[in-house]
Write a protein of this length. Structure first.
Length: 83
C-alpha cells in the first residue's frame, strides 16, 4: 500500500523551470524562442511565465498561461525547491 503523503523530491528552481518549459513546448502554438519560465519562492513555490519580443505575436497567450498553471500545480505536488 502506498503512503498517502509520499515524500516530495527536491529540484532546483532552474530544473523546475526547465521541466515546465519543456512541457509547454509540447503545446501547439508555443513559441520556440522568447519564452521564459522563472521559478521563485520556496513553500509554496511560484512561477512567472513571460514572453519576449522573439516570441512574436501570440494569439494563445492566455491558453499558454493556463497550461503553465496546470503544469505548475502538478509539479508542486511532486517537488520542493532546493534552498
Amino acid at each position: 500500500m502506498e503512503p498517502l503523503n509520499p515524500k516530495k523530491q527536491t529540484k532546483t528552481a532552474e530544473e523546475l523551470a526547465t521541466m515546465i518549459l519543456q512541457d509547454l513546448s509540447n503545446v501547439e502554438g508555443c513559441p520556440r524562442r522568447g519564452i521564459t519560465v522563472t521559478v521563485y519562492g520556496l513553500d509554496p513555490w511560484n512561477v512567472l511565465l513571460s514572453f519576449g519580443a522573439e516570441a512574436g505575436p501570440l494569439r494563445n497567450k492566455a491558453e499558454l498561461q493556463r497550461f503553465c498553471d496546470i503544469i505548475t500545480e502538478r509539479l508542486r505536488r511532486l517537488y520542493n525547491v532546493a534552498t
